[in-house]
Design a protein around this ligand. Sequence first.
Ligand code: 5GP
Length: 191
Amino acid sequence: MSKVFVITGPSGVGKGTLISKLLERVPDLELSVSATTRQPREGEVNGRDYHFLTAEEFDERIEQGDFLEFATYSGNLYGTMRTEVERRLSEGHSVVLEIEVQGARQVRAAMRESVQVFIAPPAPGVLRQRLNARGTDAPHAIDARLEVAAQELAAQDEFAYRVVNDDLAQAADELERIVRVELGLPLDSPQ
Ligand code: 5GP
């Protein structure tokens, strides 16, 4: 049985790292590649990390109804194209969406069977440390992300599952366990 997993949580919480580990550990799980109007960061590849679109291209796709969900985050548009999800499901894969909270709500409304996981920091101050350490965003962009983060943290009770990313190995195990239980897979993964 294929499922859609929505993984959300504030910027800097470590969603990307946890999801990479999850994809390595659970077979038949694929990550949906989102579209965005944000500028590519160094090392990001179009079509692999994101589909990088102009604002005009993104608007056109909105009008054509191409998005399962989309939202504005920190001044840029981000969205999940229906084809990204549908193609994978039809091939028998389960799909992981790494998206922010507004998008997660839209997916919840459209696909009530989606599995929704909120990744929380052990304390709010950790986010600034991690965003600074990551070094991918300018200081003003980090401030904007932290403002959004406060709103996202306030929404965490809406989510069926919550994983606190304090110890990375433990959080990765917990996320894997949630996904395995939801998919009816054995809990002892071969190492
Ligand atoms: P970043 O700029 O750090 O890559 O992403 C910023 C935020 O947008 C993150 O919280 C990320 O999870 C979220 N995001 C990425 N792709 C999508 C998407 O397709 N839809 C929505 N709603 N949010 C997304």
